[in-house]
Design a protein around this ligand. Structure first.
Ligand SMILES: [Zn+2]
Ligand SMILES: [Zn+2]
Length: 678
């Protein structure tokens, strides 16, 4: 009905695909994108204004007034709102849920307190310290780097998408830095996305050292709220020249954005795995295409989907084939066959001897094992019983340092049992190996070696990972033991030996992406060896040396692994040959989630059959998620698959509309488009 007072349309952080109407006497279209505070369900909540109207379907006596329109801060820029709209359409998440969560927390908090956010003094960037005084000469590019840079810099000013594929140590960073410099020279801003900021301190140092006079800001979830807001504003006002951040940084307002770089574009951390399940890499491609700037996706081991985009002509490939340090060569990869050699505590005598010889030469070694903790399970010596998490369908991992059992899925902790729950015997053995056990075994075998462990447990304290990497660079450590945290782009010229322990499990996982991820991680880890004039060596302990992942590793031929994987995926009709979406659901009671899934399956089948044959979407049977029970919830997933993305998206839209009107309050569900864990 018509209203004399203007009506503000507000999107809220609720799982509903609609906006809500509120009276606002001074509302205007300038308010679109502004934070607002409104009364909702008996509380004051923060929302985002998405429109102004002069009539509402809500009866006038039920319309309530806005408490506050936050006009002390700028509204979200229109290109950011367009990005949110894209995520709404593509990932099928409500506009409000996306938009509210990309805003720095302090802005939301200030709005809720009905006041403007307190102006914080701009932080002096660590960028401009003593080293800034030294005039810096950019290294000369080699032929490959020069060609890549010429292509990217020649494309500034309009949209283009580039895969910068360079073997580890080939100097991708140098190409980024040159391209950023060219962007800044045009008076524009550059955005660099990295997988995990605390693991890439060297990358930050490179940028800071190269651009001492520029304003460099960061955006990641580990920042203090005040600093995050200050940096957001510097980016939003155009004062920041370079923004470096993790996946959430893709939503940073940048009025003069002229270049996007996604480093290690294959990394799984670019996909948000909770809440709105977006891929920051894919959103970045969309952002570049709508504002009209180049995007550079860099990797030594590109995602198979990215390579497919090159094949289809959507992305152009730039290859760096030489290692940047002229004398550096690729490491020699050898296998230690576990069928013929024992590995007590996870390490063979051959690997131990090689590590010993390496550190005796004054060089450094690295041992990669993709499992943290001491042992993945404790086993009763008498009957084989193993303690499991009470809330998850998973074994408790033994952490010997703190003498606790810990669930790696819900975080639950208990003391190790005094006696077996089945047979009451009191002797337990650790089964299998984690980083902690490998570290202990190394300390016992090589008592004088200086060893550090790098995993989520050992680096929980802020700055501790950086301290370990600094100590490694300074030669104060002999051996690093760790998880895939070791695989990320660190450059340690003195590491000449890499040991790979217990990688077979992931190589043979049921998840079709696990082999791809392991291939990428192993290539990256192996790339840590021999980055200077010293020759490198990689020793892989395995029972399956003939597996394509290991063969590709040995030949330093990632493309060979990709070809083998593509043949398999075409046979199985998996991505990139089809498109996938998962409906994920969980409930405390198994029968509730089972019923929900059956209903959803039937709805999806009915909707699918109403399409033309060519557009058919295959609806699978609902199955238990990989981790069937997590934190007390029973979890199921339903896979939808189609050779045509539009057919899949159309079906999802219709299906979600049905699911939202059905009453299933006890079931939590979410749509995961392009899932990376299946
Ligand atoms: Zn027992
Ligand atoms: Zn648990």
């Amino acid at each position: 009905m018509a209203s004399e007072t203007p009506i503000l349309l507000v999107a809220l952080d609720v799982p509903l695909a609609k906006h809500f109407d509120f009276l606002c006497k001074d509302a205007s279209s300038d308010d679109i994108g502004r934070l607002v505070v409104v009364p909702f369900s008996g509380k004051q909540v923060v929302g985002i204004a998405v429109g102004v109207a002069h009539s509402s379907e809500v009866p006038s006596e039920k319309l309530r007034a806005v408490d506050l329109v936050q006009r002390a801060t700028p509204p979200l820029a229109s290109d950011i709102l367009a990005l949110v709209r894209f995520c709404e359409r593509y990932y099928h998440a409500p506009f409000g849920q996306i938009a509210i969560n990309i805003v720095p927390p302090l802005l939301r908090i200030a709005a809720r307190q009905l006041k403007p956010p307190r102006a914080t003094k701009p932080r002096r960037k660590t960028a401009t310290t003593a080293s800034a005084a030294v005039a810096f000469t950019a290294p000369t590019l080699n032929t490959d780097q020069q060609m890549a840079f010429d292509a990217i810099s020649g494309a500034l000013g309009s949209y283009s998408a580039w895969l910068l594929e360079g073997i580890t140590g080939s100097g991708k960073t140098e190409v980024y830095l040159h391209a950023i410099a060219a962007t800044l020279a045009r008076g524009q801003q550059a955005l660099v996305l990295v997988p995990e900021i605390n693991l890439t301190p060297q990358f930050m140092k490179h940028i800071v050292a190269r651009f001492p006079a520029q304003v460099i800001v960061t955006q990641h979830s580990g920042m203090a709220a005040g600093a995050r807001l200050v940096d957001w504003r510097l980016a939003e006002s155009g004062a920041a020249d370079i923004v470096v951040g993790t996946r959430l940084a893709i939503f940073t307002p940048m009025p003069k954005l002229g270049l996007i770089v996604v480093d290690e574009e294959h990394d799984a951390s670019f996909k948000q795995q909770e809440g709105v399940r977006y891929s920051a890499r894919d959103v970045a491609v969309f952002r570049a295409s709508t504002i009209g700037c180049p995007i550079v996706l860099g990797s030594a081991t590109p995602a198979i989907e990215t390579l497919d985009n090159v094949t289809r002509g959507r992305f152009k490939r730039l290859a760096l084939t030489q290692r940047a340090v002229a004398a550096a060569t690729l490491p020699r990869v050898e296998f230690i066959h576990l069928d013929s050699e024992k590995a007590p505590d996870g390490l063979t005598a051959t690997l131990l001897a090689a590590i010993d010889a390496t550190i005796k030469r004054g060089e450094q070694a690295m041992v990669f094992i993709n499992r943290r903790g001491y042992a993945p399970a404790l086993v009763c010596a008498a009957c084989g019983w193993m303690p499991e998490c009470r809330r998850c369908s998973a074994r408790m991992v033994f952490h010997r340092g703190i003498n606790k059992l810990r669930c790696h899925h819900c975080g639950a902790e208990t003391k190790p049992p005094k006696a077996c729950a089945d047979c009451h015997e009191t002797t337990f053995h650790p089964a299998g190996q984690g980083t902690e056990r490998i570290e202990a075994a190394l300390r016992e075998a090589l008592p004088t070696a200086r060893i550090a462990r790098v995993d989520r447990d050992a680096t929980r304290r802020k700055g501790s990972a950086a301290a370990i990497f600094d100590a490694t660079s300074a030669g104060a450590l002999d051996i690093l033991v760790g998880t895939q945290m070791l695989a990320k782009g660190h450059d340690f010229p003195n590491i000449t030996l890499v040991g790979v322990v217990n990688a077979d499990g992931a190589v043979f996982s049921a998840d079709f992406r696990a082999a791809e991820r392991m291939a990428q991680q192993l290539m990256q880890v192996a790339g840590r060896a021999g980055r200077s004039a010293l020759p490198g060596r990689v020793l892989v302990q395995t029972r399956h040396a003939d597996h394509p992942v290991y063969q590709a590793l040995q030949a330093h031929d990632y493309a060979r692994f990709v070809s083998a994987a593509l043949v398999e995926r075409q046979l199985m009709q998996l991505p990139p040959f089809t498109y996938l979406a998962l409906l994920r659901a969980e409930a405390k009671q198994a029968d509730k989630v089972n019923q929900f899934m059956r209903d959803a399956q039937h709805a999806a089948q009915r909707l699918s059959q109403s399409h033309a044959q060519a557009d058919a979407v295959r609806v699978w049977e609902p199955v238990a998620s990989t981790l069937e029970r997590k934190a007390g919830y029973t979890r199921r997933q339903l896979m939808l698959q189609s050779p045509r993305r539009t057919a899949l998206q159309t079906l999802l839209t219709a299906l979600i509309a049905e699911l939202r009107v059905s009453d299933n309050r006890s079931v939590k569900w979410v749509i995961d488009v392009d899932p990376i864990d299946v």
